[in-house]
Unconditional design. Structure first.
Length: 95
């Protein structure tokens, strides 16, 4: 799967989109792009990701792509899960 093509899936009755990161992408960009896709908005309509967490720390934490690292946080009404630095799962806001 290319990183710019989300994989939509429903697991355990939870709707979420999965994004894979290419080697040259940083995670903060993948998260932002995923939120834009899900919310169908422009980047200017979102609060800066840096208001939710330290973007540099997010990118640095997963630079080695360790399989045993997992981070969860909420951003713009969506729930974001980063696993191992290679996969980002985003659940859209509940309606």
């Amino acid at each position: 799967m290319r990183s710019d093509e989300p994989d939509y899936r429903s697991d355990d009755d939870l709707d979420r989109y999965r994004y894979s990161r290419s080697p040259e992408e940083n995670l903060s960009s993948v998260v932002t792009r995923g939120i834009i896709d899900i919310l169908e908005c422009d980047i200017e309509e979102l609060p800066p990701l840096s208001e939710t967490l330290d973007v540099d720390a997010l990118d640095a934490l997963f630079v080695s792509r360790q399989a045993d690292v997992r981070l969860e946080f909420d951003y713009s009404g969506c729930h974001v899960t980063v696993e191992g630095g290679t996969e980002v799962c985003i659940s859209p806001p509940e309606e």
